[in-house]
Design a binder for this molecule. Structure first.
Ligand SMILES: *Cc1c(COP(=O)(O)O)cnc(C)c1O
Length: 374
């Protein structure tokens, strides 16, 4: 929670998240909630406790440091670190907290062996393969040499093989999902043939809802748990029906004024009133991670009505047109995200105005002070 000095509040409904988890369990056999980046801005500890109470016994954090927090919060759950260890402190933490790190290089396996030897404990690893993201992981053709390396280690125990899909949420790129899925099946086959009894994990949210063949033993839902529809705006949008957003972002109306025709609003005078207008000033701006890119593009919710942002978003203030909400008064709560009823602002809609994706909106707005309701 880094933005403590402003008025914006991020309100989290954990119940929506656990309902999403229950929905995902009707589609996938063994989903491990992905709680990286402070649970996509929803709060790692609160979210982990909620999913644990809802039945999750394996969860995935991003960095090893985050995984240690997760393990500390729900000690009875298995905890994966999707990023894996990158410095000496990480290697020590993995052993100390019995974390299952993703490991995608020979160097990592050797350093894990060394750290586990020093700590006098076995360490379980999830072998990370690159099947098409060109990011972290062993190459798809390295399964044999990885098995050779593991043969020489005594403390490192491979329990899982993993990879990540690049296009699971895009129906126009199904073929690439199939390519990656086939490569992954080849890897699993090669590891099993070497006597390594690893589980397979490939599916993210898009694949959970759209590609059952990629489910294997463990699935890794992220955005769908937080109510983002991985297929928003595509021909498969209906697959995400029933997911509920668990984050609302609110602030306050701090001034109401009437401006005459011809009067400009905010820095740079990018908006000028064509007629007399009642405008509202909201205590929210780019210092709250409400992006300046939303200038003259976004809408907010005042008294349940949609109002347009006028001119430039400032550091801690934003102007809106109160025309649709004439009864609004100073002190009213204003929604930048979420809200009640048909006018509620979805994360995808806000992301569209912002020129980004739901993931980034959650991560950034989630850095405001959070409140937990229900
Ligand atoms: C973030 C992440 C996920 C979750 O992806 P979503 O699209 O949010 O469901 C799964 N696996 C890995 C490795 C990730 O980094």
């Amino acid at each position: 929670m880094s933005i403590w000095y402003n008025h914006v509040r991020t309100r989290i409904r954990l119940r929506a998240l656990t309902d999403n988890y229950a929905l995902i369990r009707t589609r996938a056999s063994n989903p491990a909630p992905v709680i990286k980046s402070d649970a996509y801005g929803h709060g790692i500890r609160e979210v982990a406790r909620a999913f644990f109470a809802a039945g999750a016994r394996t969860m995935a954090a991003g960095t090893v440091g985050e995984a240690a927090v997760l393990k500390d919060t729900t000690p009875e759950s298995e905890v994966l670190s999707l990023l894996g260890p990158i410095d000496a402190a990480d290697y020590a933490l993995v052993c100390e907290h019995d974390i299952i790190p993703f490991a995608g290089s020979t160097e990592q396996l050797l350093l894990l062996e060394e750290a586990a030897g020093k700590a006098g404990v076995p360490v379980r690893v999830a072998l990370k393969f690159d099947t098409g993201m060109s990011r972290l992981g062993f190459s798809a053709d390295e399964a044999g040499s990885v098995a050779d390396t593991l043969d020489g280690l005594t403390h490192v125990r491979p329990v899982m093989a993993c990879s990540h899909l690049a296009t699971a949420d895009d129906p126009a790129q199904d073929e690439y999902v199939q390519e990656q899925a086939q490569r992954f099946e080849g890897i699993l086959h090669a590891l099993h043939a070497r006597g390594l009894g690893v589980q397979g994990s490939l599916a993210n949210s898009g694949a959970i809802f759209g590609h059952p063949r990629t489910h294997h033993d463990l699935q890794r839902p992220g955005i769908s748990l937080y109510g983002g529809n991985p297929f928003h705006g595509t021909s498969r949008a209906a697959l995400g029906q029933g997911l509920r957003q668990g984050m609302d972002v609110v602030s306050r109306l701090v001034q109401v004024r009437t401006i005459p025709a011809g009067q400009s609003v905010s820095y740079g005078r990018t908006f000028t009133a064509e007629r007399e207008m009642r405008i509202g000033i909201i205590a929210a701006g780019y210092a709250d991670n409400y992006s300046r890119g939303l200038s003259s593009k976004a809408q907010m919710l005042v008294r349940g009505r949609r109002v347009d942002v006028l001119g430039r978003v400032c550091m801690q203030l934003t102007a809106v047109d109160l025309g649709p909400a004439p009864e609004a008064v100073v002190g009213d709560e204003v929604h930048m995200l979420g809200g009640q009823g048909a006018n509620a602002i979805s994360v995808e809609e806000l992301a569209g105005w912002w020129g980004t994706i739901s993931y980034e909106v959650f991560c950034l707005l989630g850095q405001n002070q959070r409140e937990y309701v229900d």
